[in-house]
Ligand binder design. Structure first.
Ligand code: PLP
Length: 423
């Protein structure tokens, strides 16, 4: 489109024709009517564009997918019912039972469980590496049957900035794609495709929505990966379950994302609901504006916490003192996100007291929302992890994750000051 990202957040994906609804309409229908069986057959065979069943695609969902593809700079996107489904499908699309993949250990706890338990039970093995590993350590994790690498741009909740160029270089040297979960920075603050990532996933539940209205996910395909290196027969050989389609031959650069839709979404049914796509789109319209405010508020909170003698440590990649600052400047020069992690002096008990004393900020599981909220990862989102896994995920018992919202910064700081004074 050639517009700046804040303009694309508003306009991309939907262009009403003469007399049509200015706002993206909610097409709340499972099915679509055609005058001839032949036309419907051609659409079903993917020979013509069109909608036939909302599990595969729907006009409201399609418009939002197109918007997100533009925001990330990809050739296509597939929205899912949750971020979890996006992570699952993104890997399952290129990994079968007997295959192996590599993932960073500093990832969202739910993704860790998905990879470490459910996918293992499906016969797909995952080797976890530190997001701060060296090139040699990363290389050592690969096997003959490795089919992809998975990392988070900015990990939840440890806020490690992954060296995307290093991960892409090593993945490509082994002939496999790099899949990046870009949930925390959003495409407003980071474009993983520019640094060599091949596939991006998001939990759209977070900043993209921003208002905590819906749970959703999305997979975006850069269209850049060469699947024809012999490692991906699922993309280069006929899919007998879809009329013998050879995805790379029939869909070129969109092979991966088309397969994810017509094969995996068809079979798994983890599609986005039209109403949720509509709500997500309303959030996306203000994403650029909100991210700016989230980042400036979070930096002010991080600086305040850093100056307080009641706080043991603060981790925010936007702080110059952060060991991830240089990487953050490289990959996210305009800001990272609104999430900060820190430890209150006094350990787990002090953390609980600090959180309970807050008045404006609420204790919720959610993160990346316009309302400031706090969470204790060790006893909630990451409670399934044992001590060793917690350590690998970068989580200490005293860690508080604060998701700084877009309220007035003075009110947020007053709330924090008030809580600390009562300690
Ligand atoms: N990825 C990241 C970075 C997340 O923070 C989350 C959820 O917190 C997910 C994926 C999973 O997304 P969802 O909760 O939408 O399934």
């Amino acid at each position: 489109m050639g517009h700046h990202i804040d303009t694309d957040c508003i306009h991309a994906g939907y262009e009403p024709k003469n007399g049509e609804s200015r706002v993206l309409p909610i097409v709340q229908s499972t099915t679509f009517k055609y005058d001839s069986a032949e036309t419907l057959g051609a659409i079903f065979d993917l020979k013509e564009d069109g909608f036939f069943y909302t599990r595969i695609s729907n006009p409201t969902v399609d418009a939002v997918e197109k918007k997100i593809a533009v925001l990330e700079g990809g050739v296509g996107a597939l929205m899912t019912s949750a971020g979890q489904a996006a992570s699952l499908i993104s890997v399952l699309n290129v990994c079968h039972a007997g295959d192996h993949f590599v993932a960073c250990s500093a990832i969202y706890g739910g993704t860790f469980n998905l990879f470490n338990k459910t996918m293992r039970e499906m016969g797909i093995e995952c080797t976890f590496v530190s997001a701060e590993c060296t090139e040699e350590e990363l290389n050592a994790a690969f096997r003959e049957n490795t089919r992809c690498v998975f990392a988070e741009t900015l990990s939840n909740p440890s806020l490690v900035v992954t060296d995307l160029e290093l991960f892409a270089k090593v993945a490509h040297a082994h002939g496999v794609p790099l899949i990046v979960d870009n949930t925390f920075p959003t495409p407003v603050n980071c474009h993983p495709f520019q640094f060599g990532a091949d596939i991006v996933v998001h939990s759209t539940t977070k900043y993209m929505d921003g208002h905590a209205l819906q749970v959703g996910g999305v997979i975006v395909d850069s269209g850049n990966f060469n699947w024809e290196n012999g490692k991906f027969p699922m993309l280069t050989e006929p899919d007998e379950s879809y009329h013998g389609t050879v995805y790379t031959k029939d869909f070129g650069k969109s092979a991966y994302i088309v397969k994810a839709r017509v094969h995996l979404m068809r079979d798994l049914g983890a599609q986005s609901a039209p109403m949720n796509a509509f709500l997500l789109n309303v959030g996306l319209e203000t994403l650029a504006l909100r991210m700016e405010r989230h980042c400036s508020n979070a930096l002010a909170v991080a600086k305040f916490l850093e100056s307080s003698n009641q706080i043991e440590w603060v981790n925010y990649p936007g702080l110059e003192s952060s060991k991830y600052h240089a990487l953050a400047m490289k990959y996210m020069p305009h800001g990272t996100c609104g999430v900060i992690s820190f430890g209150v002096k006094g350990g787990r008990e002090a953390a609980a007291k600090f959180m309970e004393n807050l008045k404006l900020a609420s204790i919720v599981i959610h993160v990346a929302d316009l309302r400031t909220c706090v969470l204790h990862p060790a006893s909630t989102t990451h409670r399934q992890l044992n001590d060793e896994q917690l350590k690998a995920a970068g989580i200490s018992p005293s860690m508080i994750r604060m998701s700084v919202g877009i309220e007035n910064i003075e009110d947020i700081l007053d709330d924090i000051r008030g809580s600390l004074e009562k300690m």
